[in-house]
Design a protein around this ligand. Sequence first.
Ligand SMILES: Cc1ncc(COP(=O)(O)O)c(C=O)c1O
Length: 480
Amino acid sequence: MTHPIIGWEKETPVPENYYFNAYLNARNGRLHFEDLDLAQLFLGDGPDQGLGRTLPSPLEIIYLPVIRHRIDQMRHIFADVIAEVGYDGRFHYTYASKANAAEEVIRTTLGAGTHHEMSSTVDIDIAQHMIRRGLLTPDRMIICNGFKPAGSDYAANILRLKRDHDQLIPVIEDLSEISPLLESGLSFDVGLRQKSYGHNTTEAEIEAANSRFGLNLEALWKAADYIAAAPNLNLVLYHYMVGSQITNGDEFLSYLKPGIELYARLRQHTPTLRIFDFGGGMPVPMTLNFEFDYYGFVRQLLTTMQDVCGRYNVPVPDIMGEFGRYTTSEHGAHLFKIITAKENQSKYPWYIMDGSIMSSFPDSWALSEHFIVLPLTNLDKPFQRVQLGGITCDSDDVYPPKPSHSPLYLPVDTDNLYIGFFSIGAYQEMLGGVRGSKHCVLPEANELIVDREGENGRYKFQLLAGQSAGDVLRNLGYHI
Ligand SMILES: Cc1ncc(COP(=O)(O)O)c(C=O)c1O
């Protein structure tokens, strides 16, 4: 495999009107996010884009229209393939809120009509808030994943939420999670999660898989029997998730196939079963040489489902995906200024930026994850290979990640040079923490929420203030 392409890989300037991907393009030597001139937000030159002021660097961008595009795109693909192969079941787009639980994100996914997936107790409060605001409507399914043993706050709060919202489906991870539902006396549709993470093709491999998630086969059948015997529980969903950001469609499907067989067997045992939930894993472009045939994958998924269900003589299920990264990766960008270029006989010059790579994008140093990095200015000037350094004192606060072979090129001219990290909207902020105090006591940046009036309409902005030095100090117990 070639290395992940994380930016411009040439010394020559970027051509005018060059598209790096579906939403990042070069115009007049400046990077645009769709039609938004990102550098203008700092420099204030050129026509005002609706913000009416300039902002200091660093700056987080939350570009909401991309979330809606992604949801629409996947819905269209499923609708087309369902019609093409004559699939007798429906598709349920569900947003996995663990990828990004920010209010503007949940407001946008629910506004686009998605179902909602959650994983822990505070998620219940978010859901109740959204129900009160009329955004989480009674027709939406709420899928409760995550550990919820008897006696836990989450188990108790699921019962509370059920009283407000009927279409609630707790997914059983462990046999101990059944009793609170059983004893509540409330009528519940429930799901069962199979222990399935990774590539397990045989039942013996599934049994031996080393994962803390889900039920092994013996527990799965036991749970199905308990539920069948319970007067108030109704098994409707089977959950079989195999991983995250799986970029090879054939591999993704081969991982899922044993789960499809198990679904069909469970359906023979429990006729109320009607949803196959493949969880997360749907990949999204996080670099510039990403390729994934979404149509091909969905076609294979649905036709395999038809074949297997035909063999077991059971009806095909509705298909649910819990899309976390796919929904939110691309809506997030984080912009910085290059404050100095340092030539100290290192392999490549160090460009030092006014923020932290480590605490803004924890997966870059923890998992050597790649993100897209492009300049916002000087795209029409020569480039050189460089290394990026964050402003903390930490030797791991660098990009590309240390084991990476991906070259990073940025403009030689560092005068007013701003850069952006892109496709960072899933997990990074939640892992790095929102508010609180961060590595080397760096305050959190301002956040600019960007939306449009209509598909290509005028930009609308909402600014969320970052942290002051006083905020950081108070968090650490200094009452100065
Ligand atoms: C149960 C469950 N569903 C969905 C997801 C979302 O996965 P992804 O971000 O790959 O879509 C996760 C992620 O860990 C998960 O644990």
